[in-house]
Ligand binder design. Structure first.
Ligand code: HEM
Length: 490
């Protein structure tokens, strides 16, 4: 009886079915390679091997959801839209799992990592910062950054262009100006900040790859602990100083007025937080956490999507041609293109969605059961870890026939009518969905429209050259390269 209730050598309680039916009828229970649960099933901890391990696990389960037992906790892996729905919709399952603890040294209790009352009140306070009118005011920032990048790209015409070298800078500049109200390129500390964010991500990646590094003592002794501490200090000091400066302006009611150079201060998301602070809803630490969260969530996710979409456009000339025909109709002067006109780029949006489907920037999201609860007819003990594999859900052949083929037409309105509402979830779904999705789509469209109008994009990197890596954000071992040809000269 004890053995039926507990996975003894994995030191955790077992999952059982609510109605007493055999567990295997509801879920694939992954066989363990040792008697100690699935703890030692994976022995080479590289980002690439973990990515492949998860894909193999889904294949082995033949597309069913599957179960692992790790030390102290069962892990429920969801790869089907039907069961993901209950998790996305459950008001009880809003606490993130242990993977998010790795983000906490940087983001502390920001919107992405917080839970319960804190998360509810922050989400309410921050939602207005993503209102349509505000998005409209960000459009000019996206265009400015886009023009800067186009100038750089003009110098790379007819040569090999490494997208990983240029795109992340574009998205970081955008999120920095919209969140904090400062231009990274104009600041002496800008480069150091950019490098520190990159270094913090490298350390996170190191910890994510090796479960031993989840233990802080082991990480302190054998990991890049020092690198993390030094770079966190640079990143935290940078945002904290900008917040201080903007607070002074906010308190003296100078925001929105012209600065010393006669330039009007633009709205930044930080202003919404400063207004909340004035009403006693948040303190300085809280503001720092939220700003860092935006910088982290809004930077790598968007650049990953842009890189994959550009790769797919390069590899599919016919798709690129259709996009060109669509963007050709936009006003010649990009300053005149409105948010509405970007919204009307229906085919380009299908291309972005199809890229996100095949290469979701966030391949897995996690939740944790804070108490024993019933999910999809399974009784999950307290502390059960839940992984929703967005990557596998969006390659389910039941919802997306030929899932490994790039077909943007899947997202034309007439082709989506009967699709399961949770089959396409690159921005997650339910109350903890991505707050920045409209922001991201607009930013992505601004750059893609400009690039497609100005250049023909030719492939250098092929899909077969790419090795995927597991990360908080989907990564590739190799940088993605393309070649640009100027259209006007043709
Ligand atoms: C293509 C771009 C993007 C993708 C694919 C994406 C995807 C996601 C996903 C899957 C989540 C859920 C994470 C989870 O449950 O663990 C999320 C949450 C979040 N995203 Fe995004 N995101 C993108 C862009 C952005 C941008 C541009 C911003 C901000 C400027 C942003 C801010 C956030 C925040 C703050 C959360 C946490 C929301 C909450 O828990 O209430 N994201 N995003």
């Amino acid at each position: 009886h004890f053995n039926q209730s507990y996975f003894i050598l994995s030191l955790c309680k077992r999952i059982r079915t609510e109605d007493g039916s055999p567990l295997e009828d509801k879920i694939y229970v992954t066989p363990t390679k040792t008697r100690f649960g699935n703890n030692f099933d994976l022995l080479s901890f590289t980002s690439a091997s973990i990515f492949n391990f998860m894909r193999d696990a889904c294949d082995q389960a033949k597309g069913r959801n599957y179960l692992w037992y790790f030390f102290h906790a069962p892990m429920y892996n969801v790869v089907r839209a039907e069961e993901a729905e209950e998790i996305f919709q459950s008001p009880k399952l809003i606490t993130k799992n242990m993977v998010y603890d790795l983000l906490k040294p940087f983001l502390r209790e920001g919107l992405l990592t917080s839970t319960d009352q804190k998360w509810h009140s922050r989400r309410k306070a921050l939602t207005p910062a993503f209102h349509f009118n505000i998005l409209q005011s960000f459009l000019s920032i996206f265009k400015e950054e886009c023009n800067k990048l186009t100038k750089v790209l003009n110098q790379s015409v007819d040569k090999e262009l490494d997208l990983n070298q240029v795109i992340p800078q574009f998205t970081l500049n955008n999120v920095c100006e919209t969140a904090l109200g400062v231009k990274l390129d104009d600041m002496t500390e800008g480069l150091r900040y950019r490098q520190s964010i990159h270094a913090i991500e490298e350390v996170m990646q190191q910890r994510l790859c090796n479960p031993f590094f989840y233990n802080i003592v082991y990480f302190y002794l054998f990991g890049d602990y020092r690198k993390q501490v030094d770079n966190l200090k640079i990143a935290h000091d940078f945002s904290s100083q900008i917040i201080e400066k903007r607070r002074t302006l906010f308190r003296s009611k100078q925001l929105g007025q012209a600065d010393d150079f006669g330039k009007k201060q633009r709205y930044a998301m930080l202003d919404t937080l400063l207004a909340a602070e004035a009403e006693g809803q948040i303190d300085h630490e809280g503001i720092c956490d939220e700003v860092n969260t935006f910088m982290f969530e809004g930077y790598d996710t968007t650049s990953t999507c842009l890189i994959f979409t550009l790769l797919m456009l390069a590899l599919h000339e016919d798709v690129q041609k259709r996009c060109f025909e669509e963007v050709e109709n936009l006003p010649e002067d990009s300053d005149e293109i409105s948010v509405f006109q970007y919204n009307e780029l229906i085919y380009l949006e299908c291309v972005i969605k199809e890229s996100l489907r095949m290469f979701p920037s966030v391949p897995t999201i996690g939740r944790k059961c804070m108490e024993e609860c019933v999910v999809n007819g399974l009784v999950m003990p307290e502390n059960t870890q839940i992984n929703v594999h967005i990557f596998d859900i969006m390659r389910d052949p039941r919802h997306f026939p030929n899932p490994n083929t790039f077909q943007p037409d899947r997202f034309l309105p007439e082709n989506t009518v009967n699709r399961h509402p949770f089959a396409f979830v690159p921005f997650s779904a339910g109350q903890r969905n991505c707050i920045g999705q409209k922001f991201a789509i607009l930013e992505i469209k601004v750059l893609l429209a400009a690039m497609i109008r100005n250049f023909r994009i030719l492939p250098i990197t092929l899909l077969s050259d790419i090795t995927f890596e597991n990360g908080i954000v989907l990564r590739t071992q190799q940088n993605v390269k393309v070649k640009l040809l100027r259209r006007k000269q043709e």
